[in-house]
Design a protein around this ligand. Structure first.
Ligand SMILES: Cc1ncc(COP(=O)(O)O)c(C=O)c1O
Length: 436
């Protein structure tokens, strides 16, 4: 049996309708921005392997960091023990994280980083003797697939089957300028969509546990890019109404929006920040939830009931932490943020002309993410445009996974200008030929 047959006989893939999905791509190896299939095809990884890979596949420095750490300590329980990679990564993160973040709590995937943040916020208030359990989240949000993260995400096709399991949250409008929730134009509006958040905070009258946002870029909900003023407004309103701000930077962290962290676009600091994906450069499952001293201190007590009761078998895995340290070093050694800046320029130049193509509704770019939203009557994840476009581009050697009618290109930052231009030309040709 070949690999695909063996896969089909044994496996169940994520976000995949196993009855109708095309055969999975058998990937043998990765190098730089390319993936190579078992049968020798070379494919450009236009989605950074689900948004995690930033320095390119099989980077010599990251390979070496992983191998070196494996020779020393592969794993140890993190309750009651500590180790150099965990401490050193935390120290380095605290140097670059938004000011005020003072503690790092490790876990191992983005959904859990959010889950941890929600639990931290909930228990923070409880430890202070306040019963605040209402979370405010945004329309079009996606925070992951665990129960808390799903509850906080948009009530959507993704979460529908699990509705009976979810807790209720208050959802407010997000600044989706292409489909403005208050019917205005960005060029003349005053981020009036913030009014919804203010109204809800006022109505909750001190009962909100936290406002949870994906700063600057709501990703899986449609690659919605925000005006920085909205983000600044969220912080201002959290302060005004005395609640916590949680920034889910699982995707946006580590340069994806052009800044190390998206919160920097508005010069704001959250009370809690969620990180994962590019934390290890795309090598190992690791996540971190950062908190301010104010949050951390509320858990310090002689009373053991105030302990933060959360942890996982693989918390602070040393292999993952060692690669995380090496990934942060690469930011300095390879001027990674400069690379993102030049990728952003190439994306802007290349994608803007696609705006005039038939069927294209909007083109938007932030950092290392370029987005083309189609003019669809039935917008959303199930729009057939996505799979059709995906197949057409894969035939040309470009791996993309559009979100329904929203096509995005999010390559590793290691991509060259010529490779970016090539990818954009493939997208342009496929759209122009009406292949989809
Ligand atoms: C903003 C955001 N938060 C959380 C998650 C969940 O991360 P994971 O898939 O690692 O659980 C994602 C995943 O796409 C995300 O984009």
């Amino acid at each position: 049996m070949n690999l695909i047959d063996r896969d089909r006989a044994t496996l169940w893939h994520p976000y995949t309708q196993m009855q109708t999905a095309p055969a999975p791509l058998p990937i043998a190896r990765g190098q730089g921005v390319y993936l190579y299939t078992e049968d020798g095809r070379k494919i450009l990884d236009g989605i950074s392997s689900w948004w995690v890979n930033i320095h390119g596949h099989s980077h010599p420095k990251l390979n070496e960091a992983l191998a070196r750490q494996a020779r020393e300590l592969e794993h140890v329980v993190f309750a009651g023990c500590t180790h150099r990679p965990a401490v050193e990564l935390a120290e380095r993160l605290l140097e670059v994280l938004p000011r005020g973040i003072a503690r790092v709590f490790y876990s191992d995937n983005g959904s859990t980083a959010v889950e941890v943040a929600l639990k931290m916020a909930c228990q923070y208030w409880r430890n202070l003797g306040q019963d605040r359990r209402t979370f405010i989240t945004l329309h079009h949000a996606y925070h992951g697939d665990t129960v808390g993260a799903m509850s906080a995400s948009e009530d959507s096709f993704f979460t529908k089957p699990f509705n009976p399991m979810l807790f209720s949250v208050v959802r407010v409008g997000s600044p989706y300028c292409y489909r403005c929730p208050v019917g205005l134009q960005r060029s003349t509006c005053h981020v009036d969509c913030l009014g919804d958040l203010e109204h809800r905070l006022a109505k909750l009258n001190g009962q909100a546990a936290a406002v949870l946002v994906e700063p600057m870029l709501q990703a899986a909900g449609g690659m919605i890019i925000w005006p920085a003023e909205f983000l600044a407004g969220v912080r201002r309103l959290c302060d005004r109404y005395g609640t916590l701000m949680i920034a889910d930077e699982v995707l946006t962290g580590f340069g994806r929006t052009g800044k190390m962290f998206a919160c920097e676009h508005a010069g704001v600091s959250p009370d809690i920040i969620c990180l994962s994906k590019a934390l290890t450069g795309g090598y190992m499952p690791l996540a971190a939830t950062g908190a301010t001293a104010k949050i951390y201190d509320a858990f310090l007590s002689e009373d053991r009931a105030k302990t933060f009761f959360h942890g996982h078998s693989y918390t602070a895995n040393p292999l993952a932490c060692a690669v995380g340290i090496a990934s942060l070093e690469l930011f300095r050694e390879e001027s990674t943020l400069d690379r993102v800046a030049s990728l952003e320029r190439t994306l802007r130049c290349g994608l803007e002309p696609l705006r005039s193509l038939d069927g294209v509704g909007d083109v938007r770019v932030i950092g290392g993410v370029g987005v083309v939203e189609m003019r669809a009557d039935d917008p959303g994840y199930l729009n057939e445009f996505g799979p059709r476009l995906s197949r057409a581009l894969l035939d040309r050697g470009l791996l993309l996974r559009p979100l329904g009618d929203v096509l995005y290109f999010m390559p590793p930052y290691a991509i060259t200008q010529a490779e970016t231009e090539w990818a954009i030309s493939q997208i342009g040709e496929v759209l122009q030929a009406g292949v989809v």
